[in-house]
Design a binder for this molecule. Structure first.
Ligand code: PMP
Length: 458
């Protein structure tokens, strides 16, 4: 197994990496991923890794899918690009927007395409602003998101996000972006408080925040059905209905960020269906194209569409859109992805694998390092804690989550410590029971190893 040192040096010399310690990269260099098949990828030394994170919760059909490669090749030859400004469109774009509106968990009116989840959320916020401006309430500018949320990386999407390293040094969040508590059912509920009572308390917190700020200043609330990168928090069943009640009291719009949860991850087409979310706008990306090509979608309901359509008549133009919004090749691949979900019944398959994930992961609750195991469908998290009784977290500086994920990686298992302390188990929808079982075994070994190391250090 030979590694390509030349490429490694080129990378260190020229590639600005995302979400990492830039200085440390100069010593470590990159992991060069060279290829893969299904749920496995391999590096340039030929070492194989079982990918339990499916890329970044995105590679839903795994690597090497011939149908997607052929759909892209066909579309490249037919029409590689057409812009969609003004009244132009192309066949795959029309078919995809129609398919999405038909699949939507609640009645949706229109779909707008972009290239990334961040752009979709950015667009949703701009549409919320445009909506309130159209209704002669331009003072409604503030957006409420939730603590620990990740919604992307553009200046607006990073402002919706509440992860300190995404704000520090960038002067973010922008003014008018607020964050309320998230439904962390592991640490959130008070002593003796039921999940339903906890959900009610969170809705009351939202209500109090809106009243404090003044409802006439609030445009929208955004949430993922299951919070992903913040730590895989599945909400109590009553949480979203209660939140919707509060928002309705003040006419505030609800944006569901389905970038991770959409397309089967929680065992339904949409996380909104699994958790009773009734959104006015929905954003999706990632599994929309199994991440083979960059594409995201924003859906808006009829109430919003009517309002902004009237307004754009009066000023002449709806002034938003991207060069790559509605790229025909990306749209063709997304359409083919959706057809594969349907023909291979992969959403039902994800629901069925819930029991398999549960069977393999729940026993880890007995591990000395594991405080909680939670999830649904193919979206599971294993939370490491310093003290199981008190639920005390490890100090962030100890980086225990990262140590476990690094130990997994050495053993050939790819996962990630999301929120710093929750090992993500979010494989492709094509994952087999055997692969889940193998992965759970490797995670157990990694936890044992880190536990032994920590004992030695103390
Ligand atoms: N929303 C959520 C919930 C996400 O997890 C992500 C990406 N991890 C995004 C938005 C941003 O998507 P992108 O990286 O495609 O901009």
């Amino acid at each position: 197994a030979r590694r390509n040192t030349n490429l490694r040096e080129m990378d260190i010399a020229s590639h600005l990496h995302a979400q990492t310690n830039l200085k440390a990269h100069e010593t470590t260099g990159p992991l060069i991923v060279a290829g893969g098949e299904g749920c496995y990828f391999y590096d340039d030394s030929g070492k194989r890794y079982l990918d339990m994170h499916a890329g970044l919760w995105s590679l839903s059909l795994g690597l090497g899918n011939e149908r997607l490669a052929e759909a892209a090749a066909r579309q490249f030859k037919t029409l590689a690009y057409a812009q969609t400004f003004g009244h132009r469109s192309s066949e795959p774009v029309i078919e995809l927007c129609d398919a999405l509106v038909n699949l939507a968990p609640v009645p949706m009116s229109k779909t707008m395409l972009q290239s990334s989840g961040s752009e979709a959320n950015d667009t949703a916020v701009k549409i919320a602003w445009y909506y309130w401006n159209s209704r002669n309430e331009p003072g409604r500018r503030k957006i409420i998101a939730r603590k620990r949320a990740y919604h992307g990386t553009t200046a607006v999407a990073a402002s919706l996000t509440d992860l300190p390293h995404m704000h520090a040094g960038f002067g973010l969040p922008l003014p008018g972006f607020l964050h309320v508590s998230c439904p962390d059912t592991y640490r959130g509920p008070n002593e003796g408080e039921s999940e339903a009572e906890f959900a009610t308390r969170l809705a009351e917190e939202l209500d109090a925040t809106i009243r404090r700020e003044g409802p006439e200043t609030i445009a929208a609330f955004i949430a993922e059905p299951v919070m992903g990168a913040g730590g895989i928090y599945t909400p109590p069943d009553t949480y979203f209905p209660k939140i919707r009640e509060v928002l309705d009291r003040y006419g505030i719009l609800l944006i569901a960020d389905e970038v991770i949860c959409g397309f089967g991850r929680t065992g339904s087409w949409w996380g909104s269906q699994s958790y009773g979310v009734q959104p006015d706008m929905i954003t999706s990306a990632k599994a929309l194209s199994s991440s083979y090509l960059p594409i995201s979608a924003l859906m808006i309901n009829q109430k919003i569409y009517e309002t902004i359509a009237d307004k754009s008549d009066s000023v002449g133009v709806f002034g938003h859109g991207y060069t790559y919004g509605g790229h025909p090749v990306c749209a063709a691949v997304a359409l083919e992805t959706i057809r594969i979900y349907q023909e291979d019944a992969l959403i039902d398959r994800a629901a069925g694998l819930d029991a398999v994930m549960r069977r393999h992961l729940e026993p880890l609750k007995d591990h000395p390092l594991v405080g909680d195991v939670r999830g649904r469908g193919l979206m599971w998290g294993v939370e490491v804690v310093a003290d199981k009784q008190t639920k005390k977290a490890f100090e962030p500086a100890q980086k225990v989550g990262a140590r476990v994920s690094n130990a997994c990686f050495q053993k050939g298992l790819n996962t990630r410590a999301v929120g710093g302390h929750v090992l993500a188990f979010t494989p492709a929808l094509i994952v087999t029971e055997e692969e889940i079982s193998t992965a759970a075994g490797l995670l157990t070994d990694a936890l044992d190893q880190v536990e032994a190391e920590l004992k030695q250090e103390n």
